[in-house]
Design a binder for this molecule. Structure first.
Ligand SMILES: Nc1ncnc2c1ncn2[C@@H]1O[C@H](COP(=O)(O)OP(=O)(O)O)[C@@H](O)[C@H]1O
Ligand SMILES: [Mg+2]
Length: 275
């Protein structure tokens, strides 16, 4: 199939961060209240954490290793079952759902991680198409079995991350930065309202890291996604985030507009860990 044929059919992705944010619900896309997580071994990784994220907003979560950042994102996407609190997405509390109901309620959420985790021997486009799996019942083993519309969506997502020209390339041949942008495209193919990113630039060089951060920022500002990004790079956090959230030992230390967070407060998150 030629890429021209795909491009002609491309459906538009949702747009309009500002409009979405002005919606009746105040634009809140993710509402975490009193989140608690106690692991089976008794370790309490999260205590009473609140977090609200609006459409068009980018929140960066900071905290030292072990402060509970990944635990929080895993609870939100349903990889961890929280032991307390609520996670409201589109008016439903995910913490109270299970099975098929939970699977469907999670569809507005997409998670990207430090490693792109692409299937190396498959094409970039096939990898992006796998992002539509959550909405599809059957596993298609090749692009030929996918509805034309889904291939169009995947191609539009590749355009969104600036890589449509790599659609037919094998994923194993990509640079680290390209692979992470393809992982973002795969997440977008889920048509999420909330994009969660756990240290998405940890294994990238500075230039590729900046590209990915700019992309996440644009997805919030232009496409109205609610973005939650865990970072260790405090300079990039201050540059790109609307709000900074600080976690220390599983507790919320601060949640403030990025311009109002004093550098000492950020430094304090890491200094305390050494004591
Ligand atoms: N499956 C688990 N069982 C028990 N403890 C865990 C588990 N996963 C993480 N933890 C602990 O929970 C705390 C928070 O971990 P994590 O959320 O991965 O931190 P971060 O992402 O901020 O580095 C750590 O002390 C970690 O050892
Ligand atoms: Mg982590």
């Amino acid at each position: 199939m030629s890429s021209t044929a795909i491009a002609l059919d491309r459906p538009a992705l949702p747009r309009g961060g500002a409009q979405a944010a002005a919606a009746a619900d105040g634009g809140i896309r993710l509402d975490v209240a009193g989140l608690a997580m106690r692991y089976a071994n008794g370790h309490v990784a999260l205590h009473d954490v609140d977090l609200q994220v609006r459409a068009g907003e980018m929140v960066v979560v900071l905290g030292s290793n072990g402060s509970g950042k990944s635990t929080m994102l895993k609870c939100v996407v349903g990889l961890n079952r929280p032991t307390g609190g609520a996670i409201r997405v589109a008016g439903r509390d995910l913490a109270r759902l299970s099975g098929e109901e939970l699977r469907r309620a999670r569809l507005p959420l997409a998670l990207i991680s430090q490693h792109a985790n692409l299937v190396r021997r498959r094409s970039v486009l096939a990898n992006v198409c796998s992002g539509t799996l959550g909405r599809r019942r059957r596993l298609a083993t090749s692009l030929g079995f996918l509805p034309h519309e889904e291939i169009g969506t995947a191609f539009a997502c590749l355009e969104e991350v600036g890589l449509p020209h790599l659609a037919q390339q094998r994923a194993g041949t990509l640079s680290g930065g390209q692979a992470q942008r393809v992982a973002v495209a795969r997440a977008l193919a889920q048509r999420p309202q909330v994009l969660l990113a756990d240290e998405p630039i940890a294994s990238l060089d500075p230039e590729a890291a900046d590209d990915v951060m700019r992309l996440l920022r644009r997805l919030a500002s232009d496409d109205g996604l609610a973005v939650v990004c865990v970072l260790h790079q405090t300079d990039l956090a201050a540059r790109y985030a609307d709000r900074l959230v600080g976690l220390r030992a599983g507790r919320l230390e601060f949640d403030q507009p990025a311009s109002q967070v004093a550098p000492e407060r950020i430094a304090g998150l890491y200094a305390t860990a050494l004591q």
